[in-house]
Design a protein around this ligand. Structure first.
Ligand code: COA
Length: 695
């Protein structure tokens, strides 16, 4: 039995602060519990005693036996005073009361948690609207009394929005398996609620409204355990950037919290909606549709224009329109007027009414070559909409569960009514074509096979890496020197061209000859971050004479522009031929931990911010997705006669960085900028690594 079973299916409930006054929250909760058909024991607590809604009231919590759930609806101060006693009686405490950490009363919230811990109880909230669970059934919320039962589980961080969602679900006739308000998440968070819903046989789709996650890492862990058949749609509020975070790397400055959420959701197979409207459409579609058995979509329409709009949208979302003309003709032969078109979108033409739609839908439902149906209807002035509506609903119900069928009806009052009625029958129907297509797309995405690929540990010289990091930590340095960063990458198995640190001119010449001209020469100093800005870099050094000049020039520039900088020496590296510059990086997110980034260098990253992110560590498959995901991917894949770049070498580099930063938690930020990619191989040119030094 899941540990949260008693919260979702309690045998007994106490309401602390049950109110005698109609309209008060403590009265509504009692009313909702009663009318929800709850069959367990109900204990109402109020010092005034008497009766509330026909139930006896206990004057003190001392007077009742232990319960599975206690709902607290007394003001915050009293809630804290009573917490210890309540915790001694209840396994789960739902604290509806507001006035805790959300307004800065952190200590009061902490006291609630301490009381619960002392007695081994758990807290939902505070600052929540309660819980509805269709399993019990119980509606212990102060939202609408009537909640329809169904297969959608909702977790909402916002109370007000959660209550509004109950209303909207009722309007769209969506049935809920549970709705849980998590509020301030003082104790129970979305992680545990998810783990319950994953094993709850009543829940098929989970809809989450999230404002922020404090425990991104645990969240990812639990979502990885999601059973294949459960689907999650999330609406995350706040698309804004991370704001003024102190970051020292490119990756860090690009990794806003929203980008990281996006990456985490993508990685976890969570479908992210941008608006409540989309979220509801998607949830309704998944809740009401069987999985598609193949990729062939057929559009049935009575208007060419509507068909074209849908076909365009299908292309945008990557849905495949079934295009076997011969088969299409065979399937729809007896439905189509002579001037109709078999080409998908199948155009039944403007004269099509209920009869034609019935036949066409039957053909589409019955033929196994068609895997999903998008039926569109454009209102005509003289059409008999009533019979069309009845037909669509009847035929859909007859074939329900056979294959996904979505409907979009466009026009005036008449078609609006049809859509509303179809929704009432839990049929995925929409007022806009685009909404229908995007919902079908999400349905396909929800059932995409997720290939779990093992993350294998790869050989790295751990001891050598540890030595470099420890040395810097001992010296209290958080920024590794260029050659140290490169050494780490070399030990991690990346392709780092030969480099040496020269402490004087003689060494510079010796190393340049050893590496082989042409070489690049760069100043190495912890105090100089932007080497080029101070004239600390000379490229294409061809011979000894030029090496001497370059050495002297760099030293002179640094003395002039960075007088106080401590100079460790000059790094001599092999001058590389031009290739495609990319950037691979890692940063640390407070919630999710290590985050990886990939993008093309130069303007692609600086101006277009065309980068992709993932939470580390990742599999090679995921690294490949990161590379393919950027808009400028065609540049790597080879365009206009350019040869394809060595994408496997990039994947390998990202993969290794993922393992490196995960293994060595002290690496807080890392940039390889650029990693130059060739037709064969990818080489590290410049690297920057920051480590976390404990103060
Ligand atoms: N034990 C049990 N009941 C007690 C009590 C005690 N020690 N002390 C007082 N009560 C009773 C009161 O007598 C009252 O009952 P009555 O109406 O029959 O007189 C009842 O508990 C409620 O107390 P009251 O002081 O009237 O509080 P309230 O109803 O005005 O407010 C809350 C209580 C919890 C609703 C309010 O503090 C609150 O937090 N509101 C916001 C809730 C919210 O929005 N949550 C987040 C949603 S997302």
């Amino acid at each position: 039995m899941h540990p949260l079973e008693s919260l979702f299916n309690p045998q007994s409930v106490a309401v602390i602060g049950a109110s005698h006054h109609e309209g008060k929250i403590g009265n509504i909760v009692v009313h909702n519990i009663i009318v929800s058909g709850y069959k367990g024991k109900i204990y109402l607590i109020n010092p005034k005693g008497g009766k509330i809604l026909g139930l006896p009231v206990y004057k003190s919590i001392d007077d009742i036996p232990s319960v599975d759930v206690a709902v607290i609806v007394v003001p915050a101060k009293i809630a804290v005073e009573m917490a210890d006693k309540v915790a001694s009686k209840a396994k789960y405490i739902i604290v509806i009361t507001s006035g805790f950490s959300e307004i800065g009363n952190i200590d009061m919230e902490q006291k609630l948690v301490e009381s619960a811990r002392k007695h081994g109880s758990r807290i939902l909230g505070p600052n929540v609207f309660g819980i509805f669970s269709s399993k019990a059934p119980i509606n212990a919320t102060f939202g609408p009394a009537e909640i329809k039962k169904g297969n959608i589980g909702v977790i909402s961080q916002s109370g007000a929005l959660g209550i509004a969602m109950i209303g909207k679900a009722a309007e769209d006739n969506l049935g809920l398996s549970a709705i849980v308000s998590i509020g301030n998440k003082a104790d129970l968070s979305e992680v545990e609620i998810l783990s319950y819903l994953f094993q709850d046989e009543l829940t098929k789709v989970i809809f989450m409204y999230i404002e922020g996650l404090e425990n991104g890492h645990e969240f990812m862990e639990i979502v990885k355990k999601k059973p294949e058949e459960k689907k999650i749609i999330a609406l995350k509020a706040g698309r804004s950037r991370a704001g003024a975070r102190a970051v020292a790397s490119h990756t860090g400055s690009l990794a806003g919290s929203d980008e990281i959420f996006d990456a985490a959701f993508r990685q976890a197979g969570i479908l992210r909606a941008d608006s409540l409207e989309d979220a509801f459409n998607w949830v309704a579609t998944i809740a009401a549709s069987p999985p598609p058995k193949g990729e062939n979509v057929v559009i049935i329409t009575n208007g060419g224009g509507l068909g074209v709009i849908a076909a365009d949208a299908c292309e945008k979302y990557g849905l495949k329109l079934y295009d076997d003309m011969e088969m299409l003709q065979k399937i729809f032969e007896d439905v189509m007027p002579e001037f109709g078109s078999y080409k998908n979108p199948v155009d039944l033409t403007g004269q099509a009414g209920a009869r034609e739609y019935e036949l066409a839908l039957r053909r589409a439902f019955e033929n196994d070559a068609i895997h999903a149906i998008l039926a569109l209807y454009c209102e005509r002035g003289d059409a008999e909409l009533e019979s069309l509506m009845n037909t669509l609903i009847r035929v859909h119900k007859e074939y329900e569960g056979k294959k996904p069928a979505l409907y979009a009806l466009f026009g005036g009052e008449g078609t609006t009514k049809i859509v509303t009625e179809m929704k009432k029958d839990r049929i995925p129907a929409f007022y806009e074509v685009e909404d229908a297509v995007s919902s079908l797309h999400v349905l396909y995405k929800a059932y995409e096979k997720r290939e779990e690929e093992e993350i294998e540990d790869i050989e790295m010289d751990d001891d050598a890496i540890r030595k470099i990091i420890d040395a810097a930590i001992n010296e209290g340095r958080s920024r590794l020197l260029s050659h140290e960063a490169k050494e780490i990458l070399l030990h991690a198995g990346l392709d780092v061209p030969p480099f040496r640190l020269a402490g004087n001119i003689d060494e510079a010449i010796e190393y340049a000859n050893e590496i082989g001209y042409p070489v690049a020469m760069k100043v190495v100093s912890e105090d100089i971050i932007h080497k080029t800005d101070v004239g600390g870099v000379v490229l294409n050094v061809e011979n000894d004479e030029e090496a001497i000049d370059a050495y002297e020039l760099i030293m002179k520039n640094c003395h002039m522009h960075a007088r106080r900088a401590r100079i460790e020496g000059i790094e001599i590296t092999k001058m590389l031929p031009p290739g495609t510059e990319t950037i691979v990086g890692a940063t640390t997110d407070a919630s999710f931990g290590k985050v990886l980034m990939f993008g093309l260098g130069g303007i692609y990253v600086e101006v277009l911010k065309d980068v992709s992110f993932r939470i580390a560590p990742i599999s090679k498959k995921e690294a490949e997705k990161m590379v393919r995901e950027i808009d400028s991917y065609p540049i790597l894949a080879g365009i206009r006669g350019e040869k394809r770049k060595d994408i496997n070498a990039i994947i390998d580099s990202i993969y290794r960085i993922g393992i490196l930063v995960n293994k060595f938690g002290e690496i807080s930020e890392l940039d390889i900028n650029p990693l130059i990619v060739y037709e064969k191989g990818a080489k590290v040119v410049d690297a920057r690594i920051m480590i976390k030094v404990k103060k």
